[in-house]
Design a protein around this ligand. Structure first.
Ligand code: HEM
Length: 465
């Protein structure tokens, strides 16, 4: 890449006397939805925030987002603080690795996520969702309410476990889920209290102990499934089988056990919490818009009458998909992506020095009045064939952009359309009166106190699909 002129000025730095102690970077991480839009108004489309633990430049123009994520992506690496935490959970897998190693891994893993492969797991996704619908049915009526967030998290974990290991994980599913939850909790604590970074992990605090134990147990389960599969390779048709048989055309090599373990962990972690949170937001939004729910259920009932979700495709549910896409606009569960500049660059006439963290706040693009009419309104018609935004410029990218975009985007869309079609076929969901649904932006944008819904039955669940 061409060298960049070093005579350019650095981006303006946010100053706020009320943030003197922790520094604005801390508030950018803790309350980004509040502060980042304010600072864009005050400082323009690019500014730097700092804190005693580091600094970051935040950018707000589509062409700059494209520069960092796509056009000049080799200059920017996955080394910002969130990735340091993610590395503890996922090792050196697709999300956290960089450079040639990442490129090789992406080449190896890509075929496992091909759209055609999703047809194989369509039935499984429907079956698992129906199992959870049965649980909803037990809770329906009587005015009781239920926090759907943890349930959705279990459902998406069940789906990703089965997509990855088919039936091998049946017995250990609860255990896997428990360990992943413990690791998630650890990561969240680190992000909420970044000073914990200063404490070495080997100090046996209760938190460190739980993380280390959960990590070891999970690793044992995953490694034992991998080695069993290496001995007995021919009987499965799942993501793990694809990853095991993947062979790089350029080098002729497959993945080592350690690489496999890291990719399995990566896909587990990247592929369940994101979709579960997105689904919680969708259910919250629909509960607030009866007219949208009416249109949604009309489509689901009509499509189901002719097909009962048996076709192995979500193409019969175009409006349902619009609802999914519009919820991901208002609540992109990966609300921002961060990179670290590895080779000096220039953005918008400012110098981006080596080592600078650069943040692309996806939510800002999705909610900006500059690009959307009445942006805070939940309006799935925005994604109708006539009004759907063009792929360029980058104003809507819930699955990221450029070569490091989400490898599981078709998987997630299919999963969310199926969950929506199944749940709204059988139930109506009403938000508990007075319940406050608040975003909590850590790595994913989650509803801080969950989403408490009253479940009202629309029709009895049939025996199967
Ligand atoms: C609604 C659900 C999801 C959302 C919003 C989402 C969003 C994203 C975003 C924004 C990125 C890019 C991160 C970056 O540029 O640093 C990403 C990467 C990734 N996602 Fe997803 N994701 C979702 C579901 C999934 C699922 C279901 C899987 C796996 C089955 C998955 C696996 C991955 C992986 C492995 C990467 C890293 C790709 C790479 O760097 O090569 N995601 N995701």
């Amino acid at each position: 890449m061409a060298a960049i002129s070093t005579t350019l000025p650095l981006p303006p730095v946010v100053r706020n006397p009320r943030h003197w102690f922790f520094g604005p970077a801390y508030y950018a991480q803790r309350e980004p939805l509040k502060w980042i839009p304010k600072w864009f108004e005050q400082y323009g489309d690019l500014f730097t925030v700092s804190s005693p633990l580091g600094r970051a430049t935040i950018l707000g123009r589509p062409e700059w987002a494209r520069q960092v994520l796509a056009d000049a992506y080799p200059r920017y690496q996955q080394k910002s603080q969130a990735y340091v935490v993610l590395r503890l959970l996922m090792g050196n897998g697709l999300v956290t690795s960089s450079g040639e190693f990442w490129r090789g891994q992406r080449r190896l893993a890509q075929p496992a996520f091909h759209r055609r492969r999703l047809d194989f797991i369509f039935g499984m996704m429907v079956e698992q969702t129906l199992r959870y619908a049965k649980r909803f049915e037990q809770q329906a009526g009587g005015g009781r309410t239920l926090d759907v967030a943890p349930l959705l998290s279990h459902l998406t974990l069940d789906i990703i476990s089965r997509a990855m290991f088919s039936t091998d994980v049946n017995a250990g599913a609860a255990e896997v889920s428990e360990h992943i939850a413990a690791l998630n909790e650890y990561a969240l604590r680190l992000l909420r209290q970044p000073w914990l970074f200063l404490l070495p992990r080997r100090i046996p605090t209760p938190l460190n102990y739980r993380e280390i134990t959960a990590g070891r147990k999970l690793e044992k389960i995953v490694m034992s499934i991998i080695s069993e599969r290496r001995r007995n390779a021919d009987m499965h048709d799942d993501l793990l089988a694809m990853l095991l048989s993947a062979c790089d055309e350029e080098t002729g090599r497959g993945m080592s056990d350690v690489q496999l373990r890291d990719e399995v962990m990566t896909i587990f972690v990247a592929g369940h919490e994101t979709t579960a949170n997105a689904m919680s937001w969708l259910m919250f939004l629909v509960s607030q818009h009866p007219e949208i729910e009416e249109k949604l259920t009309a489509e689901i009932d009509a499509a189901w009458a002719s097909d009962s979700l048996g076709s192995g495709s979500i193409s019969n549910f175009p409006y349902t998909r619009q609802v999914v896409e519009e919820s991901l606009r208002l609540y992109p569960t990966i609300w921002s992506v961060g990179r670290q500049c590895g080779e000096e660059d220039a953005i918008g006439g400012f110098k981006i020095p080596v080592g600078m963290n650069v943040v692309v706040p996806i939510f800002h693009f999705h909610r900006s009045e500059r690009y959307w009419n009445d942006p805070m309104r939940f309006d799935p018609e925005r994604f109708s064939p006539e009004r759907r935004p063009a792929a360029e410029p980058m104003i809507y990218f819930p699955f990221g952009a450029g070569p490091r975009n989400c490898i599981g985007n078709h998987f997630a869309l299919q999963e969310m359309v199926i969950m929506t079609a199944v749940f709204y076929r059988y139930f109506t969901f009403r938000l508990e009166p007075g319940f406050l649904v608040e975003p909590d932006p850590l790595i994913t944008l989650r509803p801080k106190h969950g989403v408490r819904l009253q479940i009202v039955s629309r029709r009895k669940l049939e025996g199967g699909t």
